[in-house]
Design a protein around this ligand. Structure first.
Ligand SMILES: *Cc1c(COP(=O)(O)O)cnc(C)c1O
Length: 464
C-alpha cells in the first residue's frame, strides 16, 4: 500500500457522502460556525506539530505495546460514517450502521463458534466496557457468588469486581503465565465461584489460559465461563488446519472458546481498527433480559431490536461499525487470507525471534510465546545473575535502542516479570521483580524485520 492511498481513499469516500448530502436543499452554515480557512489551517499546523510528540506506531521499528494505526480502509470508512455521525444506541440514530454492526457481530460470533441464531452481542467503546458488561451479566446470574480470574488477567477484572461489588478471587498463574488449574479447582471446591474469567492472550506475555480445561472444571462446579480475548480472540482463526503455527495446548484452548458463556474481543487491537471498537458476545441471547430499561428518550419506531436495548453504554460511534464492516469486507475473518493471513505472519515473527533468542547464549526468553508477544532479557557481560543487574541492563538497552539513529532504532516495551514466571530461570533474586523486554509483534512486516531487530538488540547490548 502506497502512503498516499490513505488520503486518496479518504477523499474518495467522504466525497461520496458529500454527494449524498446534495440531495437536500443547499444550506449556508450559520456564521457562528464560520472559521476562516487560514485560521483552521494554522490550528491544524499547530496540531501536527504537537502530534510529533508520539512514538512512530505506524513504523515496523515500533514493536513495543499493542499499538498500530488502523487500516486505511478502516480510516476512510470511519471518516465517511463520522461525517454523518450515526449513534449506535437506537435504530433512529442510524439504521445503516446498526445493520452493519449486526453483520460484523455475527461474523465475530461465527469466528468464536457461537451459534448465530441464538447468540447475542454488540460492539462497545472498549474491551474494558465489554468486560464490565460480561461480568455484570455474570453477577445478575450468580448474584451470591464471586468471580475468579488469574493473577495474570487484565487489571480491569479486579477493578470491575469492585465496581460491581462482587467478590473477586485471584488465582495464581503458572510459569507459562497461564491460570493454575489446581488452584482454580481448589477455589471452585469452596462453592463460592459463580464465574471464571479465562484470558486468551494475557497483556503481559500473551499467554492463553487452558480454556478447554477451564470449561470442564466450570461445568463440574456449575460456574459460568467468560473469556477475555480482547487481544488474542482473532487467533482462533489459526486454531485449525494442517500446518499449525500455534502450540497444541493453545489450539485446544482457542477451539474451546465456542463453549464459553461470554467472550470479549477488541477489534481495535488485532482487527485493524482505531480506538473505540471493542465487542462483547454472549452464547445465549436470553441474557438480553437483563438490559431492559424504559427510557423516555429512546425512540421506538420499529419492532426490531435496538442495539441500545442490549448495551450498557448509551451513545456509541456508529462509525466504528462502518469501519470494521468495511475492513472485514477487504480482509475477512479467514484462516489463510485477510485477518488470518496477517496473524500467521505476526505469529511467525514471534516464533522466529524466539528461535534467535534461544540460540543466543547471552539472551533468555521468559516464556515460550503462545501468540505474537515475546518477553526476554539479556545476561550482563560480567557474569552477574542478580535480578538488579539484569534489570539495569534491560533499562539501559531499552533506552539506547529507542534513542539510536533511525537505522538502528527499535521501540520495545518493558515488563516487570515476577518470580513465578521466572521460576526455572537461574537468577539471584535481590529485587521483587525482574525488568524484562516485551515486544508485541502485531504488524505483518515484523516477520521480515525480526532478524534485523535481533542484530540491533545484540549491538545495543554490546555497546554498553
Ligand atoms: C487490552 C485488554 C483489555 C482492556 O481493553 P481496552 O480496550 O484497552 O479497554 C482487557 N483485557 C485484555 C486481555 C486486554 O488485552
Amino acid at each position: 500500500m502506497r502512503p498516499d492511498d490513505w488520503s486518496e481513499m479518504l477523499a474518495a469516500g467522504t466525497g461520496k457522502i458529500g454527494e449524498w448530502e446534495q440531495h437536500w436543499p443547499e444550506i449556508d452554515a450559520d456564521e457562528s460556525l464560520a472559521v476562516a480557512p487560514e485560521v483552521s489551517l494554522a490550528v491544524l499546523d499547530e496540531l501536527a506539530e504537537a502530534l510529533r510528540d508520539n512514538y512512530p506506531f505506524f513504523h515496523p521499528s515500533y514493536a513495543g505495546q499493542m499499538l498500530k494505526p488502523p487500516h486505511p480502509v478502516a480510516a476512510a470508512a470511519y471518516a465517511m460514517a463520522q461525517r454523518i455521525n450515526p449513534n449506535a444506541h437506537a435504530l433512529d440514530g442510524g439504521q445503516a450502521t446498526a445493520r452493519l454492526e449486526l453483520e460484523v457481530v455475527r461474523a465475530l460470533s461465527t469466528m468464536c463458534g457461537f451459534p448465530a441464531e441464538t447468540s447475542l452481542g454488540h460492539l462497545t467503546s472498549s474491551g474494558t466496557i465489554a468486560n464490565l458488561e460480561a461480568l455484570w451479566v455474570s453477577r445478575e446470574i450468580h448474584p451470591e457468588k464471586g468471580i475468579a480470574y488469574s493473577e495474570a488477567a487484565h487489571y480491569t477484572h479486579e477493578r470491575m469486581c469492585q465496581v460491581l461489588r462482587v467478590q473477586g478471587h485471584t488465582i495464581p498463574a503458572t510459569e507459562a503465565g497461564r491460570m493454575d488449574l489446581d488452584a482454580l479447582e481448589s477455589s471452585l471446591a469452596t462453592g463460592t465461584i459463580g464465574t471464571i474469567v479465562a484470558t486468551a492472550g494475557t497483556t503481559s506475555v500473551g499467554a492463553v489460559d487452558q480454556i478447554d480445561e477451564i470449561v470442564r472444571l466450570a461445568r463440574r462446579h456449575g460456574a459460568r465461563v467468560h473469556i477475555d480475548a480482547a487481544y488474542g480472540g482473532f487467533f482462533r482463526l489459526l486454531a485449525e488446519g494442517s500446518a499449525p503455527l500455534l502450540r497444541p495446548e493453545t489450539r485446544a484452548a482457542l477451539a474451546a472458546m465456542s463453549e464459553a458463556d461470554s467472550i470479549v474481543i477488541d477489534p481495535h487491537k488485532h482487527g485493524l481498527q482505531s480506538y473505540g471498537c471493542g465487542s462483547v458476545l454472549f452464547r445465549d441471547s436470553s441474557v438480553g433480559r437483563f438490559y431492559r430499561h424504559d427510557s423516555p428518550y429512546t425512540y421506538f419506531t420499529s419492532d426490531e431490536l435496538h442495539l441500545g436495548e442490549i448495551s450498557l453504554e448509551c451513545s456509541r460511534a456508529g462509525a466504528a461499525a462502518a469501519a470494521l464492516w468495511a475492513t472485514l469486507r477487504v480482509l475477512p475473518l479467514e484462516a489463510h487470507q485477510g485477518i488470518g493471513a496477517i496473524l500467521r505472519k505476526t505469529r511467525l515473527a514471534a516464533l522466529r525471534w524466539s528461535e534467535l533468542l534461544r540460540e543466543d547464549a547471552q539472551w533468555r526468553l521468559v516464556v515460550d510465546p503462545d501468540l505474537d508477544i515475546i518477553a526476554f532479557y539479556a545476561l550482563p557481560e560480567d557474569g552477574s545473575r542478580t535480578t538488579s543487574a539484569v534489570s539495569t541492563l534491560t533499562q539501559r538497552v531499552f533506552t539506547d535502542l529507542m534513542h539510536a539513529p533511525p537505522e538502528q532504532q527499535l521501540f520495545l516495551a518493558t515488563l516487570r516479570a515476577n518470580r513465578q514466571l521466572l521460576h526455572s530461570h537461574e537468577l539471584q533474586w535481590d529485587t521483587d521483580d525482574l525488568l524484562v523486554f516485551r515486544s508485541v509483534l502485531m504488524k505483518p512486516e515484523h516477520l521480515r524485520m525480526v532478524d534485523e531487530f535481533h542484530q540491533r538488540l545484540v549491538s545495543a547490548r554490546g555497546a554498553g
